[in-house]
Design a protein around this ligand. Structure first.
Ligand SMILES: *Cc1c(COP(=O)(O)O)cnc(C)c1O
Length: 404
């Protein structure tokens, strides 16, 4: 029996369990073994001579093109992404962003970068891409006329991300992608937050969809990886560029990512439910000015989230009503169930002091009509701990915020 047949129309849980489990890769066991391989051996000189003539997925050649462990992960991600012809794996989420942009851009081109993109994406525009003669221009994804006016003859790509990094507002992704396509530019979406279960990017008009697998797909804070999925034409280009850049991921990490993937839908469901309850609770607190959680009715972009997304996750932010950085830091330091660190998407909760205004060229933080004083933010990544325990922990830490 093939595990991967009839997955196309299956519900997310069924797809996640079956995806990528080709019998020829798993053998008689449930998961594909970890194929550690640089050299792939050939039967004879005729087979060796034939080797370089074929460059297709799922074909042995040499370690840099992977082996069944990486192929299984890549195929699983492709099966989860409606409209995808294939998925390239990268050493990290940032490597996936660089890999995709270096596929669709060349010297002299202009790339439009969402002003609320992940900061390393912004830095990539100002550093790597600028160094290679590609001009980055930042735009406010909530101001569609201004975005449309920013396109020029040389605009070849648009980098989108939703919800926005740290500030968590949702923009009109289908409309931004539609305009990019009409202007002859490739839209690239960093879809790490929702993933393919929460936002079916290619079906919504995005050309290339990326994820930091480091976050929810890995899911256990123990690996770094990224992915880019696209339809046939762009997938072929991504794959070719990745081969030219020497991109490869370790089979051990691919096996870990596959293991994480199998519970993705359950973890996301639990996180989303818990995050929404905590966001609702926070929005009632006198210490809190605003909660930036796409799933929360009334939060910035909630209506677009509801229209376009089929799921969420545990990552959201809030801003204190006044106070200062020291009070905000007292709150973070007083938390006991939340780790303090970058990243998110693991099984454990994390908190991070955030000042999105430091990472914006044209968007305003805090967003209007918030008072400028209400700018000290905290980003929470809600993990799988008990929701009531997390709320109790936040409540006692709010006491430390108030204690001047
Ligand atoms: C973490 C993150 C990345 C980068 O992923 P790494 O694997 O850490 O390089 C990219 N985009 C978003 C939205 C992220 O949160």
């Amino acid at each position: 029996m093939s595990h991967t047949s009839n997955l196309e129309n299956a519900a997310p849980g069924t797809k996640i369990v079956g995806a990528g489990r080709r019998k020829e890769w798993t053998g008689p066991v449930v998961n594909p073994p970890v194929w550690r391989a640089s050299t792939h051996l050939y039967e004879n000189t005729a087979a060796l001579a034939e080797g370089p003539r074929h460059n297709e997925d799922g074909r042995f050649f040499y370690g840099r093109r992977g082996a069944p462990t990486q192929w299984a992960l890549s195929e699983a991600l492709t099966q989860l992404e409606p409209g995808a012809a294939g998925t390239v794996l990268y050493a990290s989420g940032v490597a996936a962003i660089a890999g995709a942009l270096l596929t669709v851009l060349k010297p002299g081109d202009v790339v439009l970068i969402s002003d609320n993109a992940y900061d390393p994406s912004r830095s990539m525009g100002k550093g790597l891409l600028s160094d290679f003669g590609i001009e980055p221009r930042f735009f406010d994804p909530l101001d569609i006329p201004a975005y449309e006016a920013l396109f020029c003859e040389r605009t070849r790509a648009v980098l989108l991300e939703a919800p926005g990094s740290l500030s968590m507002e949702v923009c009109d992704l289908p409309e931004l992608a539609r305009i990019a396509r009409a202007k002859g530019a490739v839209s690239v979406l960093d879809n790490t937050w929702a993933g393919p279960l929460g936002f079916q990017a290619l079906e919504k008009g995005i050309d290339i969809t990326l994820m930091a697998l480091t976050k929810h797909v890995g899911g256990h804070s123990d690996l770094m990886m990224g992915s880019a999925s696209a339809g046939p034409e762009l997938y072929a280009k991504l794959r070719e560029r990745a081969q030219q850049l020497g991109t490869v991921v370790s089979p051990d990490d691919a096996a870990l990512a596959l293991r994480g993937l199998r519970t993705l839908h359950l973890r996301l469901q639990q996180e989303t439910e818990s995050a929404l309850a905590i966001a609702q609770w926070l929005s009632q607190r006198p210490e809190v000015a605003q909660v930036f959680c796409p799933m929360l009715p009334g939060a910035p972009g909630h209506d677009l989230w509801k229209r376009d997304f089929t799921g969420g996750c545990g990552l959201f932010s809030f801003a204190f009503k006044g106070g200062d950085a020291a009070a905000r830091n007292r709150f973070v330091d007083a938390l006991s169930l939340f780790g303090l660190g970058f990243s998110w998407g693991g099984y454990e909760s994390l908190a991070l002091p955030v000042d999105p205004g430091n990472y914006r060229s044209c968007m305003v933080w805090p967003p209007k009509p918030a008072a400028p004083a209400d700018r000290f933010g905290v980003r929470l990544a809600i993990g799988l701990e008990d929701t009531g325990d997390l709320i109790a922990d936040i409540e006692q830490a709010l006491g430390a915020w108030s204690a001047a």
